[in-house]
Design a protein around this ligand. Structure first.
Ligand code: HEM
Length: 150
């Protein structure tokens, strides 16, 4: 199913999609770094409380609106005539990466709440590794849509 008038909006839909993707990725790549440094602080200290404010603002004021905008304009692009052939594998590999990124977003929400309530038990190393997951998913998603290899 496609929607004809979306074809006239295509350049703007794609531009807003890419802007939202960049903002969402910035948050997905930065928030785990804040968790790495937050691990170095003692619960209740001034710096621990400051990290909580930074994490909340990044998650609620940047990452959430950026994710919702990425999805909304991504779906508008998918409904634009001539862009997506459901028989081509690239689109489904991309969607799998997108769902993985949404899962990473959700996991970061839970970790943020753990820090907020001073009940984080995960070590710095855990968040350093977690930081790499969105990087790999983003790279595969962009290669799939830009190259459309299969
Ligand atoms: C529900 C989520 C998403 C959907 C349905 C979606 C769908 C699409 C579609 C249909 C296009 C147009 C392809 C074309 O012009 O031929 C597109 C472009 C693009 N998407 Fe997404 N996308 C989603 C999420 C994402 C995410 C999470 C990323 C990055 C991590 C991303 C990166 C891009 C890029 C870079 C382009 C421009 C490609 C180009 O100009 O060649 N998208 N997307």
């Amino acid at each position: 199913m496609t929607i004809g008038f979306l074809a006239t909006l295509y350049p703007w839909t794609k531009a807003i999609h890419i802007i939202a993707v960049i903002a969402w990725m910035a948050g997905l790549l930065y928030l785990p770094r804040l968790f790495v440094y937050h691990c170095e602080t003692k619960p209740g200290t001034e710096s621990s409380e400051r990290f909580k404010v930074m994490e909340r603002r990044l998650y609620k004021q940047i990452m959430l609106p950026a994710m919702l905008t990425t999805f909304a304009f991504g779906i508008m692009l998918a409904l634009t005539p001539g862009l997506v052939d459901g028989d081509r594998g690239w689109f489904w590999v991309k969607i799998a990466c997108v769902l993985g990124l949404a899962g990473a977003h959700g996991a970061m929400g839970k970790w943020r709440r753990d820090f907020l309530h001073d009940r984080n038990t995960k070590p710095q190393r855990y968040f350093r590794i977690a930081n790499e997951v969105p990087t790999v998913l983003m790279a595969v998603a962009v290669i799939m849509v830009a190259v459309q290899p299969f």
